[in-house]
Design a protein around this ligand. Structure first.
Ligand code: C5P
Length: 206
């Protein structure tokens, strides 16, 4: 039986951590869909045409180890605004969502475009300052030299592009449960997400 959990939200709101924990809790498979756009963005930075890169994406592209840099994140957000790039990635994501045994997909448009029929939908958010602070610390821990003002400006720029694009803009689905992690610990945010999914499961069986 399939059961899809859609987790959307802006950069560094805690989606990745929550998605991995929710998938582990329910024994579901997890797909970080941002990685698909990052892989296309990285190939574009290396000279490939974005639509061709999206069409020819391979598993090896997703394993490249430079996908978590700020440059790749910005390139991902730029190629993600191209409709034909998004279209090339739809089938893979939908097939993943419907795999037997359950799936968690995190991204920007999972509950609105990729899986509007998802059994559970969450929208994970936090203030831009809190998200930039978290991303800043992550980058510093990885040894990437940067400063808070740059990370905040990057975060706002990516938010504006992701929310303002015509094709699949970032927004909560009408029936998504919103979790603001600005003042929550990781454990509290994960517990809130699991509770929301439990509730959705209960509603389906009653
Ligand atoms: O989630 P992550 O920060 O890795 O995503 C990188 C970029 O990929 C986002 O800023 C967004 O532009 C794009 N993206 C998207 N739709 C998704 C996932 C990511 O447009 N489902």
């Amino acid at each position: 039986m399939s059961f899809t959990i859609a987790i959307d939200g802006p950069a560094a709101a805690g989606k990745g951590t929550i998605s991995r924990a929710v998938a582990a809790h329910f024994g579901f498979a997890h797909l970080d869909t941002g990685l698909l756009y990052r892989a296309v963005g990285a190939r574009h930075l290396a000279g490939a045409e974005p639509v061709a890169a999206a069409t020819q994406l391979t598993a090896a592209d997703l394993e490249a180890d430079d996908l978590r840099t700020p440059e790749v994140a910005q390139a991902a957000s730029r190629v993600a605004a191209i409709g034909a790039v998004r279209a090339a990635l739809v089938d893979f994501q939908r097939a993943f969502a419907r795999r037997a045994g359950g799936a968690v997909l995190d991204g920007r448009d999972i509950g609105t475009v990729i899986c509007p029929e998802a059994e559970a939908k969450l929208f994970v958010t936090a203030s831009p300052e809190v998200r930039a602070e978290r991303r800043y610390r992550e980058l510093r821990e990885k040894g990437i030299e940067t400063d808070f003002a740059t990370v905040l400006a990057d975060t706002r720029e990516r938010d504006a592009r992701d929310m303002g694009r015509t094709d699949a803009p970032l927004r909560p689905a009408d029936d998504a449960v919103e979790i603001d992690t600005s003042h929550l610990s990781i454990d509290e945010a994960v517990a809130a997400a699991i509770a929301a999914v439990d509730q959705a499961m209960k509603e389906r069986t009653t």
